[in-house]
Design a protein. Structure first.
Lengths: 492, 95
């Protein structure tokens, strides 16, 4: 085997099962790729090579004993929002400083129980607040894709930009990610990778640094739909430590992929044809409709009338919940402390120096909308709008099984292009945020290239806990569109 | 909704974030723009709509009311910037 990092997760699993490659060989190949590429791509904020090799050796020992798990010996990247026991976890914020959790998040523990290997902690927007990875305290991860004939650095999307870029650049076989308003699907779309945000409650939130608790959900970013299915099956499941995690059986997602989409009812919502959608994104959307039709699905025009209110409602609910969640960073119990003249001053100095500009902006918005006299006008109003958004989908499910939309209005942009204007950056999530508001599963699958030669994705939205159908439909698009690989390795 | 500088300072105080004069001025514009933009929600008639309280209709699980964790003060203070004998140490609050 020439380049082990080019394998898909599924191929690597099979190679390990057939003893064509060892967990240590697979891990060493990835560690070498990280050493060569991380300087330019900045995807890992903390590579953990020694830990990875230890885990890989333990994997090989289990394989020798015939005791292999579902992801035995497969090297993964972990978003720095997941707490990892004894290994620095920062949410890419200065305020967490050198925080070393004394516990392991449930989702990552599920991966280690299945035999997976951790290559390191991946870059993300600070506290997952951003759509370009530019708010990370470690500086942004860089998209391995570049515009044809150009050398400008492009954003990998956000907040899971380290995850998406690392998967696209073959610096891990797959990665964990989290999605509050689009943070799995938008970066997947911008890097030609597959990202699935499962139904709220499918994966435990325990041990994941909280942003907006009623919206946060973990999921994988991978190179193929089958790989994403394999990852999700291991990550998902009920956890008594998260009261919102759902006690429902987790199906074998990969096994369901072969069923195809014959007879599947696909909804196309008219409200997503917005001004500002690039012509190529619109064209690709039509192409996606054709692909699904050719494979035997039926297409239905549907209406989701409250779509346009999802983003403004999100920018009340998410900051409100964030302002509560981030109250814990006070310089007393963990993370950094900047001493002031008294206790209050210490809080204020610590939070002033520990939080970046976007986090401060959102905490302040959240504090404002929750402050005395404003709760009903903002938060309660937004939660009512959320009921209406969910109602739109509930009605749609009478007629369709999945909904097809573009993932983003346009392809990857350059650094600095949108970071000056918060509102313009927020619009990156316009097609993804409704899914979080309604708690539904959503997947982004690469579907084509823009005129600039950069990837574009299509999004499928499914019924609650029907990730299996979503993955099936995504596989149909993947089969028709093919895979998209970065044309030139410029980073090592 | 226009947020003036005094309101920005009051909110920052509530959020326990110290802001500079320059930051206060910048935030005045940014917060006003964001609040203006979310104002479009007032177009939506929500008079007879219940607020969403959960995304999936499941009832929360209950468990026995017993202690399942604890006796690890040393682990709890392990990441504290300052601790003494398993206590968090903060600046003096009572004169």
């Amino acid at each position: 085997m020439t380049d082990l990092t080019k394998l898909t997760l599924t191929e690597a699993r099979d190679a390990i099962a057939k003893k064509k490659v060892s967990a240590v060989e697979l891990t060493e190949a990835h560690l070498k790729a990280i050493e060569a590429g991380n300087g330019a791509l900045n995807v890992y904020v903390l590579p953990t090579p020694e830990h990875a090799l230890e885990q890989a050796k333990a994997s090989d020992a289990r394989i020798a004993k015939g005791d292999a798990g579902e992801l035995e010996g497969l090297p993964l990247g972990i978003k720095d929002l997941f707490c990892t026991e004894g290994i620095r976890t920062t949410a890419c914020s200065n305020i967490l400083d050198d925080f070393k959790p004394r516990y392991e998040s449930t989702v990552t523990q599920n991966l280690w129980n299945a035999g997976a290997v951790m290559l390191g902690k991946l870059n993300n927007d600070e506290f997952a607040m951003g759509s370009s990875n530019e708010t990370s305290a470690f500086g942004p991860a860089v998209n391995p894709w570049r515009r044809e004939g150009k050398e400008d650095k492009l954003v990998p999307g956000g907040s899971s930009g380290g995850s998406s870029a690392a998967v696209a650049a073959n610096l891990c076989l797959a990665a964990t990610a989290t999605d509050t308003g689009g943070s799995i699907r938008q970066p997947a779309a911008l890097t030609g990778t597959v990202g699935i945000k499962p139904t709220y409650g499918r994966c435990s939130r325990w041990g994941i640094v909280a942003f907006a608790s009623s919206l946060d959900q973990a999921g994988p970013i991978a190179r193929t739909v089958e790989d994403a299915a394999l990852m999700l099956k291991v990550m998902a499941g009920h956890d008594p430590k998260d009261s919102t995690s759902v006690d429902a059986p987790v199906p074998d997602y990969a096994a369901a992929l072969k069923d195809g989409v014959k007879g599947l009812r696909v909804g196309v919502p008219k409200e997503y044809r917005i001004n500002g959608m690039s012509e190529e994104a619109a064209k690709l959307w039509d192409q996606g409709i054709e692909w699904l039709k050719t494979a035997g699905a039926t297409i239905h025009d549907i209406s989701l009338p409250h779509t346009k209110y999802a983003l403004p409602a999100y920018y009340i609910i998410a900051p409100a919940e964030a302002s509560s969640n981030l109250a814990r960073y006070d310089g007393v119990r963990y993370g950094m402390r900047k001493p002031g003249k008294d206790l209050i001053d210490t809080y204020e100095e610590t939070r002033s120096q520990g939080f970046g500009a976007e986090v401060k902006r959102r905490v302040l918005i959240g504090t404002y909308v929750l402050s005395a006299g404003y709760y009903d006008a903002y938060y309660l109003k937004a939660q009512k709008v959320r009921t209406l958004i969910k109602g739109d989908f509930d009605k749609a499910w009478d007629d369709v099984d999945v909904v097809l939309t573009p993932t983003t209005p346009s392809p990857a942009f350059a650094f600095g292009e949108k970071s000056g204007d918060p509102l313009q950056m927020y619009l990156e999530d316009i097609f993804t945020v409704t899914v979080n508001m309604a708690g539904l599963p959503g997947i982004s699958v690469p579907a084509g290239l823009s005129s600039e030669g950069t990837p574009l994705g299509l999004q499928l939205i499914g019924k609650p806990f029907d990730e299996a159908t979503l993955l099936r439909a995504a596989k149909t698009i993947e089969d028709a569109a093919g895979h998209f690989h970065v044309p030139q390795i410029w980073w090592s | 909704m226009h947020v003036d500088e005094a309101t920005v300072r009051r909110i920052a105080r509530l959020a326990r974030i110290k802001i500079t004069d320059d930051e206060a001025k910048g935030l005045e514009g940014e917060l006003s723009a964001i609040l203006d933009w979310v104002e479009q929600l007032s177009e939506v008639d929500t008079d007879k709509v219940e607020p969403m309280t959960r995304v999936v209709p499941i009832s929360l699980k209950q468990r026995e009311d017993v202690v399942t964790d604890g006796e690890k003060a040393d682990e709890i203070v392990a990441n504290a910037p300052m601790s003494e004998d398993d206590f968090f140490v903060v600046p003096k609050v009572v004169e």
